[in-house]
Write a protein that binds this ligand. Structure first.
Ligand code: SAM
Length: 231
């Protein structure tokens, strides 16, 4: 059975897409998407030999070899320039996701949907989208096995549309997630606030001098979180 995390990624694949799942590991996502008619065909990209072989095995085992091609290579380099219409990148840090998109820009010609699931550093991904003409059109946050995940969905459009006046807050918290203000969103930011408070305590206990700037920075991050948590 597919994880809830990947199921929620898959739900946003537009019908009839040609999907490219980059960093596919076992190719669970493309197998699920094709089996359930969410897309017509898919490419699973993997850069590491072990996961690449797992992906090949999984595709063969599910008998989807004529619909899913497993390709070995770095990021979007496995794609032809006008091939995929929907790209999923899940289960990595936001910085890595952004750098994969940045180095693979030339392969995004035909893509009209990106579904990105950063484990950490979602703000990085939001910045990349803004700088590259992609409009965030939805966001999800969910908890599974004690971890909290964010999913960012983007289409070509007006990248600033979802942000309103306070772009910086939107980048950090996610304009849709902030609007939804779900229990998991609240939990995530309460945890983050506690984490920052703990860092301040450790700074204070260290008794070192010259930490005022760092301390103030953390304090101001905490007060932004408190402001957002007021709803
Ligand atoms: N996408 C799957 C998921 O969400 O469950 C697998 C996530 S797994 C933690 C990350 C995978 O991305 C690993 O298999 C890793 O080898 C692959 N990966 C990391 N950097 C990559 C890159 N630049 N190009 C292709 N694959 C990459």
């Amino acid at each position: 059975k597919l994880s809830m995390r990947l199921e929620r990624v898959a739900i946003h694949i537009p019908k009839g897409s040609i999907l490219a799942d980059i960093g596919s590991d076992h190719a669970y996502l493309p197998c699920y998407a094709v089996t359930n008619g969410l897309c017509d065909s898919a490419i699973a990209g993997e850069v590491v030999e072990g996961p690449y072989q797992s992906a090949r095995k999984q595709v063969a085992m599910t008998g989807l070899g004529d619909k899913i091609e497993v390709r070995k290579g770095d990021g979007l380099e496995v794609l032809n320039p006008d091939e995929a219409t929907c790209i999923t990148i899940a289960g990595m840090g936001g910085t890595l996701i952004s750098s994969i998109l940045e180095s693979g820009k030339a392969k995004l010609g035909k893509a009209d949907r990106l579904i990105l699931q950063p484990n950490v550093g979602a703000a990085n991904v939001r910045s990349w989208l803004i700088e590259n003409g992609w409009e965030l059109c939805g966001e999800e946050i969910l908890e599974e096995d004690g971890k909290i995940y964010e999913i960012l969905i983007a289409k070509k459009g007006d990248p600033l549309r979802p942000y309103g006046v306070n772009k910086q807050t939107g980048l950090t918290f996610g304009p849709f997630l902030r609007e939804q203000f779900s229990d998991i969103f609240i939990k995530k930011w309460q945890l983050e606030k506690k984490h920052l408070e703990r860092i301040i305590e450790q700074l204070d206990e260290s008794g070192r001098s010259g930490l005022e700037t760092k301390r103030n920075e953390l304090k101001s991050q905490i007060s932004v979180i408190e402001e957002v948590l007021k709803g």
